[in-house]
Design a binder for this molecule. Structure first.
Ligand SMILES: Cc1ncc(COP(=O)(O)O)c(C=O)c1O
Length: 406
């Protein structure tokens, strides 16, 4: 969902008539059209109206100083010219990823994918039959809905709740689990709420999954971006060497090195049956062999560069959060939720109009693009989602333009 206007939250099904007797899979929406916010954005841009975008999540367009020569050198090693595919991914790349994570992770516990999103596709194929479902504590990353549907599964949202901080509703998760439930999908820290699981939540959640025979998918793409982390946070699922349920950790270069264009993600498997699951995942991956040789060959060098790039990203996130806090002091009717981690912040405003209506109004009247909380299933109206990755001046100017009308 890298700032593009075509992410799933931006599309609304429209009835579409295909020629003759042709019919597409019912896994797809019946048609495609931009939602109202994306349509308005497209119109304003076509009219040449300048827009301050406070939603950008594509790091390559946010003005970071990438070590370009080093990245090019990483992609120029002799191995980029060879093709010696391993369905699990090249050993050398997996070893570098294992070292990046630490916590005793071994190369043998990893499988490479072309992205975290592809990792979800493989895991949903691995774990479910058409008609099965996965539980997703919400609010969460909206792509899960479609990633699950495209595999014939249903992603069932289970609302989390906010009380000083976000909490998983473990009782609701247990109540929602039925005979067709195969897995729970959590994002740690979550997008867009920034919620890190607490260690107590982790123990309870893995015990619940173990008891109900569910797998646990833990998306840790933002784990390196802790901003206001509580002391009891679960920094990574890898802190648990022996979970009572199968655990699949997902991550990738897209956030770890802010290099989404490299298209390299990975799955780490632990817990009961992990070795068998990795064999099955390798069988699935072997049907596509979608991870490019250049990305795998470059991975060790890119991971060595990643801390420098992440340092810039973290500085940006902190600077924007400080600007937001400074701006909020003059507008006491507005507030923000804590950002335990990640690239987004939730702005709370009086719900005088619906979230989407408010975002449309801000775009039309102030030329500022924000995401309505409803795109991420935030409950009620009164939340806007801002990207802390936004270039600092744009972020400050955008806030100055929209605050008076919130
Ligand atoms: C929580 C989460 N998971 C996965 C992804 C996708 O990552 P990738 O580019 O590796 O597919 C994103 C992208 O924004 C995300 O926010």
């Amino acid at each position: 969902m890298d700032g593009s206007i075509i992410h799933p939250g931006n599309r609304r099904p429209r009835q579409f008539v295909y020629p003759g007797r042709m019919r597409l899979s019912s896994r797809l929406p019946p048609g495609f059209e931009l939602n109202a916010l994306s349509a308005l954005l497209a119109r304003l841009r076509s009219e040449g109206r300048p827009v301050l975008d406070l939603t950008g999540s594509n790091p390559t367009r946010c003005g970071f100083a990438y070590p370009e020569a080093d990245i090019r050198a990483a992609l120029s090693v002799p191995a980029v010219l060879g093709y010696d595919p391993d369905p699990q991914g090249s050993r050398i790349a997996r070893e570098a990823i294992a070292t990046h994570h630490g916590h005793g992770l071994r190369a043998g516990e990893l499988l490479l994918t072309a992205s975290t999103s592809e990792g979800y596709g493989l895991l949903f194929k691995l774990l479910g039959d058409p008609g099965d479902e996965v539980l997703v504590p919400s609010p969460s990353y909206p792509l899960f809905d479609w990633l699950a549907r495209l595999e014939g599964l249903q992603a069932r949202p289970v609302p989390s709740y906010f009380h000083d901080r976000w909490h998983l509703d473990l009782g609701a998760l247990e109540a929602a689990a039925g005979p067709r439930t195969r897995a729970v999908v959590v994002v740690n820290p979550n997008n867009p709420t920034g919620h890190f699981l607490s260690r107590a939540e982790w123990s309870a959640l893995t015990a619940l999954c173990g008891r109900l025979g569910l797998a646990l998918l833990v998306d840790e793409v933002f784990a390196d971006y802790a901003l206001e982390p509580p002391a009891d946070r679960l920094a990574t699922a890898l802190l648990d060497p022996d979970p009572p349920c199968p655990v699949f950790l997902l991550s990738g270069l897209s956030k770890v090195a802010a290099l989404p264009q490299l298209k390299l993600g990975w799955i780490a498997a632990r817990g009961p049956g992990a070795a068998e699951c990795l064999d099955a995942l390798a069988f699935l991956a072997d049907q596509y062999l979608s991870v490019s040789a250049p990305a795998q060959a470059a991975a060790p060098a890119l991971l060595a560069l990643a801390p420098g790039i992440r340092g810039q990203v973290l500085a940006r996130l902190r600077a924007n959060l400080a600007s937001l806090d400074a701006a909020l002091t003059a507008h006491p009717h507005l507030s923000r939720l804590p950002v335990e981690g990640g690239w987004s912040v939730l702005l709370r405003r009086p719900a005088v109009d619906g979230d989407e209506a408010c975002a449309l109004r801000l775009l039309e009247q102030s030329g500022v693009l924000v995401h309505p909380g409803s795109f991420f299933d935030l409950p009620g109206d009164g939340h806007l989602v801002l990207s802390l990755l936004t270039p600092e001046e744009t972020f400050r100017d955008g806030l100055a333009r929209i605050f008076p009308s919130l």
